[in-house]
Design a protein around this ligand. Structure first.
Ligand SMILES: [Zn+2]
Length: 95
């Protein structure tokens, strides 16, 4: 197994938390709407998107570093409360 899969249909994005590139589908798209970071798992919301792995390990440092300010080219601060709750839930193992 070479592990090399360079499928063109699979664009990569950089995670704001760990700075690693990952397939777009593995990352959670987050858009900024009126000062709030809104999770956009289906990728359907308009606007500038930021990408993080859907885990607090990546989300928390991204918020701390104010990576969203850079991603959205806006000053912020952004409300990430609902976003964090979303990621917390997404991290729960399925039961
Ligand atoms: Zn990450």
């Amino acid at each position: 197994m070479s592990g090399r899969t360079h499928a063109r249909a699979c664009p990569e994005r950089t995670c704001l938390g760990c700075r690693e590139r990952a397939a777009k589908g593995d990352l959670l798209r987050i858009v900024e709407i009126e000062g709030e970071c809104v999770p956009d798992p289906r990728g359907t919301l308009p606007g500038r998107g930021a990408y993080v792995h859907p885990t607090l390990v990546c989300l928390d440092p991204a918020v701390r570093r104010r990576a969203f300010n850079r991603a959205y080219r806006a000053r912020g601060p952004f409300d990430t409360t609902a976003l964090r709750q979303y990621v917390e839930r997404a991290e729960q193992p399925l039961q």
